[in-house]
Design a binder for this molecule. Structure first.
Ligand code: PPE
Length: 304
C-alpha cells in the first residue's frame, strides 16, 4: 500500500498510515454515510498557512448536522487536529481531508446506532486538473448526468454520497476525452463541475450560478466573488442556460483542489479565443498572491 502520509489523525489521536482502518461492515461503506472537507495548506515566505480553515470546518459541522451526525469533538479540537496533522507529516504545502463517517454498529439503513468517527489525513496534491491546466485551461463537456434535485440529496452538505453523481460526471467526461464535465440541474440550467464551481465572464462581468442551483456553496467560489468585487468587477449570481457556456468570453472552475482553473473549450467549442482570458488571469494572480505570498488582507490564512 502506497503511503500518502506518515500520520493520520483518527478518532482523537495521530496513528501511523497503516493503522487508520475501518471495518467492511461500517455503515459508511454500505450507505455512503460520510461528510467531508477538502482544505489546502500553502507554503509561503511567512511559513505554512491553511486557507480558510474556519470556513471549511464550519461547513463540515453543517454537513454533519444535516445528516443528524453529532461530531464527538468540538470544532476547536478539530481545528487543532488539522494543524497537528500537517505538522506531524512535515508538509510545507498539502491537501487536507477531514472525513466524518458512520462506523460499524448495526446493519440496516438506520444510521443512528452507528458510531460517528472522524479522520483527518493530508497529502501533497498538485492542482486538481494538472499544473499545466492553470495556464493552458482544460477541455470540458456538458455532462449527460444532471445534479440531484433540491429535496432528494441536499447538495449543501458535502456528503460522500453526493460524489456518486460526481463520479458519473467525471467518468463520462474522461471516457469522452475531456478533463471534466459540467452538470446541469434538473431543468437544464447550469450547475457545476464534478468537483468545482463554475464561473463565466461576459462583457467584463463575472457571472456564476446562484446558490439556488444544485451546487456546493464553494469556499473558493466565495473568495473569488470577494476578490472580483474588490477589484471593481461586477459579479452576478443567477440562473444560467447551458448555451451561455458557448458564448462566454471566459470560463473557469474554482475549488480547493482545482484552485482557479481556466476552461478553454466546452463540447469542442473554444471559449473566447481558446486561451486563458484576462479576467481569469487577474483573479488567479490575486488568489495566488494571497496563498503563495501569504498576504492576508481578508484574514483567510491560519499559520501552521
Ligand atoms: N463543487 C463540488 C461538487 C465540489 O466537490 C467542490 C470541492 C467545489 C464545488 C468547490 O468547493 P470549495 O473547495 O469549497 O471551493 N471539491 C473538493 C473535492 C475534490 C475531490 O476530488 O476530492 C475539493 O476541491 O477539495
Amino acid at each position: 500500500m502506497k503511503r500518502l502520509c506518515e500520520w493520520i489523525w483518527f478518532n482523537g489521536r495521530l496513528v501511523p498510515f497503516e493503522e487508520a482502518r475501518v471495518h467492511v461492515l461500517a455503515h459508511v461503506i454500505h450507505y455512503g454515510s460520510s461528510v467531508f472537507e477538502g482544505i489546502r495548506a500553502y507554503s509561503t515566505p511567512k511559513g505554512t498557512v491553511v486557507f480558510r480553515l474556519r470556513e471549511h470546518l464550519r461547513r463540515l459541522y453543517h454537513s454533519a448536522r444535516i445528516y443528524r451526525m453529532s461530531i464527538p469533538y468540538a470544532m476547536e479540537a478539530l481545528h487543532e487536529a488539522v494543524l497537528e496533522t500537517i505538522r506531524a507529516n512535515g508538509f510545507a504545502s498539502c491537501y487536507i481531508r477531514p472525513v466524518v463517517f458512520r462506523g460499524y454498529g448495526t446493519m440496516g439503513v438506520n444510521p443512528l446506532n452507528c458510531p460517528v468517527e472522524v479522520s483527518i489525513a493530508a497529502w501533497e496534491w498538485e492542482s486538481y486538473l494538472g499544473q499545466e491546466a492553470l495556464t493552458e485551461g482544460v477541455d470540458v463537456q456538458v455532462s449527460s448526468w444532471h445534479r440531484m434535485s433540491a429535496n432528494s440529496i441536499p447538495y449543501m452538505a458535502k456528503a460522500g454520497g453526493n460524489y456518486l453523481n460526481a463520479q458519473l460526471i467525471k467518468m463520462e467526461a474522461l471516457m469522452h476525452g475531456y478533463s471534466e464535465g459540467i452538470a446541469l440541474d434538473q431543468e437544464g440550467f447550469l450547475a457545476e463541475g464534478s468537483g468545482e464551481n463554475l464561473f463565466l465572464v461576459c462583457d467584463g462581468r463575472l457571472i456564476t450560478p446562484s446558490l439556488e442551483a444544485p451546487i456546493l456553496p464553494g469556499i473558493t467560489r466565495d473568495a473569488v466573488i470577494r476578490l472580483a468585487r474588490d477589484m471593481g468587477i461586477e459579479v452576478i449570481e443567477t440562473r444560467l442556460p447551458r448555451a451561455a457556456l458557448y458564448v462566454a468570453d471566459e470560463l473557469f472552475f474554482t475549488g480547493t483542489a482545482a484552485e482557479i482553473t481556466p476552461i478553454r473549450s466546452v463540447d469542442r467549442i473554444p471559449v473566447g479565443t481558446g486561451t486563458r482570458g484576462p479576467i481569469t488571469a487577474r483573479l488567479q494572480e490575486a488568489f495566488f498572491r494571497i496563498v503563495h505570498e501569504g498576504e492576508d488582507p481578508y484574514g483567510w490564512l491560519t499559520p501552521v
